[in-house]
Design a protein around this ligand. Structure first.
Ligand code: AMP
Ligand code: GLY
Length: 420
């Protein structure tokens, strides 16, 4: 089987899939230095749909799991289907739920699924008038994919105006030809990963990401600096409510729009004082949510994804371990802005129990040394019977990693740990 992608999410996918009792031969394109230790890697970029099809055919892949959003929105799964190769991940029509925030907002409003009120704009003046009328705080979002940088949560009208001008002025090219300006919601966020197959779905264990770069949720937004699972802020009663008010209606709405969605629907939920509300849909596993959710599954991930891809998800017996999981992202200092590349990494010879190092932005240099190759470099994932022990294990491993530009948040899981 072939896994497409090169980040921490894909390393976690490769690990879990390779552990399947079906004992698959796992390939990855393009992969990274850590994935290369567990799967044969092929240097085909994720946006090269024709190249990926050719690779899958040449290697006789019997199943493809697509990690990132870009190949999904380019129609990789559509092309695999035409080539007769089963794949996990939505086709381009489903991937639009992530690739166009306006498409999703209109769907949510049409089906009365809770989400922030928003205006849609393609011209600067009406957008500025809307910003001034609504006041701050207010959120400005590019419609299309922007590598996680397309959302500005503005605390002042001036900041929102700046974002409107920059985005409609072409900051993200075609992705910001249209924008959303939406009300700012407050509350805790949670990431819900839902494996969907048509009208059937399974909600995976809950998790919470830490999106800001600095301790105490300060500094700019990032792709995610760390996660833990379960997110106990989502009590069983709250999960039932989210299922009833958001998950079931969303899955039904997507099907009613004629989309046969077979993949991960990642629902970003804000737990507002007025109830849960949808922040966004992604159409893939979260990164770094995947790094804490997959290790907690006692079921065979390969069987789960295969069942979803083949429309046979109903009745799938998902089993979850009672353990807590923590993932601390080790980034290159400077991320999400400019950061160095090519710094040597030395990994600890021994790790605490149930602790593993997931590679994200790593590579081998010409001398074969392990070096940094991206903003998020590694993810240290630990499982333990308590959240405290899981965090202690992950942090012990983080401390033992050698790298001149190493940076990580010190407070992953702290919010849940400090709850009475
Ligand atoms: P998105 O890519 O839409 O999830 O936005 C990225 C991040 O921006 C989210 O995870 C939230 O932290 C924040 N965000 C997005 N929309 C809103 C909103 N309406 N109110 C407050 N924060 C938001
Ligand atoms: N961790 C958030 C995301 O994957 O988009």
């Amino acid at each position: 089987m072939l896994v497409v992608g090169s980040g921490g999410r894909e390393h976690a996918l490769v690990k879990s899939l390779a552990a399947s009792p079906a004992r698959p031969r796992v390939l990855c394109a393009p992969g990274n230095a850590g994935i290369a230790a567990e799967a044969a890697c092929f240097p085909v970029p994720v946006d090269d749909v024709a190249g990926l099809i050719a690779l899958a055919q040449r290697e006789r892949a019997e199943f493809v799991v697509v990690g990132p959003e870009v190949p999904l929105s380019l129609g990789l799964v559509d092309a695999l289907q035409r080539a007769g190769i089963p794949a996990y991940g939505p086709k381009a029509d489903g991937a639009r739920l992530e690739a166009s925030k306006i498409f999703t907002k209109e769907l949510l409003l049409k089906y009365r699924i809770p989400t922030a009120a928003a205006g849609i704009f393609d011209r600067v003046e009406p957008a500025l008038a809307y910003v001034r009328a609504r006041g701050a705080p207010i959120v400005v979002k590019a419609d299309g994919l922007a590598a996680g940088k397309g959302v500005v949560v503005a605390s002042s009208v001036a900041e929102a105006e700046e974002a409107v001008r920059a985005m409609l002025g072409g900051r993200f090219g075609a992705s910001s030809r249209q924008i959303l300006v939406e009300d700012c919601l407050t509350g805790e966020e949670t990431s819900l990963l839902v494996v969907v197959s048509g009208r059937d779905y399974i909600i995976l264990p809950t998790s919470q990401d830490h999106k800001r770069v600095g301790d105490g949720d300060t500094g700019p937004n990032t792709g995610g600096m760390g996660t833990y699972s379960p997110a106990e802020v989502v009590t069983p009663a709250l999960l039932a409510r989210i299922d009833r008010e958001i998950v079931r209606p969303s899955v039904d709405a997507i099907a009613a729009e004629g989309i046969d969605f077979r993949g991960t629907l990642f629902i970003g939920v804000m737990l507002t004082p007025a109830g849960p509300s949808v922040l966004e849909f992604n159409t893939r596993f979260g990164d770094p949510e995947t790094q804490v959710v997959l290790p907690r599954l006692a079921s065979d991930l390969l069987a789960l994804l295969w069942a979803a891809a083949h429309g046979r998800l109903r009745g799938f017996p998902l089993a979850v371990k009672p353990d807590y999981a923590v993932c601390v992202v080790v980034a290159a200092r400077g991320y999400p802005d400019a950061y160095p590349k090519g710094d040597e990494i030395t990994l600890p010879a021994a790790l605490p129990p149930q602790t593993s190092i997931i590679h994200a932005g790593t590579a081998r240099d010409s001398a074969g040394r392990l070096v940094t190759h991206g903003g998020r470099v590694l993810g240290v994932t630990a499982l333990a019977p308590t959240l405290r022990e899981a965090a202690d294990r992950a942090y012990a491993a983080c401390a033992a990693i050698g790298c001149a530009s190493k940076y990580f948040r010190r407070d992953i899981g702290a919010r849940q740990l400090s709850r009475p």
